[in-house]
Design a protein around this ligand. Sequence first.
Ligand code: SF4
Length: 344
Amino acid sequence: MRDQHLDTLLEIKELHTYFYTYEGVVKAVNSVSYLLYRGEITGLVGESGSGKSVTAQSILQLVKAPGKIVDGEVWLDGQDLMSCSHAEMQAVRGRKISMIFQEPRAALNPLFTVGDQIGRVVQLREGCSRSDARKHAIEMMRAVEIADPQRRANAYPHELSGGMCQRVMVAMALSANPLLLIADEPTTGLDVTVQAQVLDLIRTRVKSAGSACLFITHDLGVVAELCERVIVMYAGRVVEQGPVAEIFQNPRHPYTQGLIASTLRVDIDKPISTIPGTVPDALRLPTGCKFHPRCPYAEEPCQYEEPEMLEAGHGHTARCHIVSGRIEREMQEEAWALQAPRVE
Ligand code: SF4
């Protein structure tokens, strides 16, 4: 155990998770560090393949072979998760940390009814009777807007639609009353009305329990609506993080600027733009700044020098030579060199 800032619930420090494939090593999570605070929802955004889900799997130590956590620290409420045994981690999963997975059908057990699966989580937490756990399961199913929960509690996952299974996963995760909720695209497959209700339920639970939520999503609109802080990942690295209002008003990294510009907004009359190119092949990442082949501001140093994560003010950090002033300085030096009188 060690001292942490009072509000810090989770601390990830220099986390590295690699996949050892026949073609080479994929550095899916590379030197990732961030903090999650009690009572706050933090959005984790980035395109597919940026390392968001592998970061979440690493926190839970659910990385499957050929993946491996090769270095780093994960502290939850003062407990060092990296030094936990298999049995200790099993106690952490479900009780201290719950996860809503992207693929609800794959995550639910096909051999048990959904009511039994939610009830089992409650029994583990409360040590209550089976009938009390079932009552709680039905209440939770009602809270996530599952119609006729008494009847649906007796259904097996294959008897429910994808959206319904997603709501069962949300009910299960919230029933555990965890310290940390990891939600990986939890509203995919839900219509907008149910999506708003599920987001509201997550917000209320996190605030009232003083827990923290890591909300993984592609949808910056949801981040703006739900989260206090946001972490932007690209090619396995965190490239920008800070308070949501600050990042949306003053994005410093060109990738974040591109993500915001490509989000549909009804409040401003501006055409949507797209980020040129695609996410690089994880086996053949570019040298220097990993975003340089797609960056409209890329300069020569970007091609050979990886930028450090630097303070951008107001609790906001970004990994870009623009933040360090490197590009401006080099451009100024170039301009001065052109203006300077020639000494023969
Ligand atoms: Fe663009 Fe260079 Fe900043 Fe990378 S370091 S995001 S290439 S300006």
